[in-house]
Design a protein around this ligand. Sequence first.
Ligand code: PRP
Ligand code: MN
Ligand code: MG
Length: 182
Amino acid sequence: GPSLLQDIQEVLYSEETIQNKIKELGETLSREYEGRNPLVICVLKGAFIFMADLVKRITVPIELDFMAVSSYGAATKSSGVVKIIKDLDVPVQGRDIIIVEDIIDSGLTLSYLIDVLERRNALSISVVALFDKPARRTVELEPDYRGFEIPDAFVVGYGLDYAEKYRNLPFVGILKPEIYTK
Ligand code: PRP
Ligand code: MN
Ligand code: MG
C-alpha cells in the first residue's frame, strides 16, 4: 500500500545520527543541571518525540511539563503573534527552565515563549533545539544547546510535520517538492 516513505526525496538525518546527537545533548544537560531539578518544557506538537528521547538521556532529577502554542496562521506568523493553546500545569517562578524545541526557523515561537516565562519570573531559561535553520531567522535568537544546523530545505519527520503529516517518521528527510506544490 502507499507508504509515507514514498513522499521523501532524501534522508538528511538518520535515526542513528539523531539518537547519537541526543545522547550527547543529554550528557551535556546532565552535567550542567546537576543538583538543580530543572523544569523541562516540551513545545507541542513538534517537540514531542525529541522530548521523549532526550529526557531518557538525562541522568539527574528533572520535572517535565507541556505547552502548546500556535501562530495565528501563516500570514500573521511574521507578526510574532502567538497564542497559548495549552498552558503549563505548574508555576515557573524561581524554576530553572529548559525549553525543548524540535526546530527554530524565524525564532518567533521561542522568543514569545521566553518572554512569557520571563514575565512569570523563571529563575533561568535555556533552550535546547534539535534543529536550527538560521537562514530563516527574523528575530535574534540563539539556542543554548543545538543538535544540528540545517539548510533551508523542506524537512519533515521526527516530530516535524507538513500539514500535520510525517511526524511519525523516525528520521528527518526532505519532502518531495511535488507533495507541497500540488
Ligand atoms: C514549528 C516548530 C517550532 C516552530 C518554529 O511549530 O515545531 O515550534 O514551528 O518556527 P519559528 O521559529 O518560525 O516560530 P508549528 O508552529 O508548526 O507547530 P507544531 O509544533 O504543532 O508543528
Ligand atoms: Mn512546534
Ligand atoms: Mg508544524
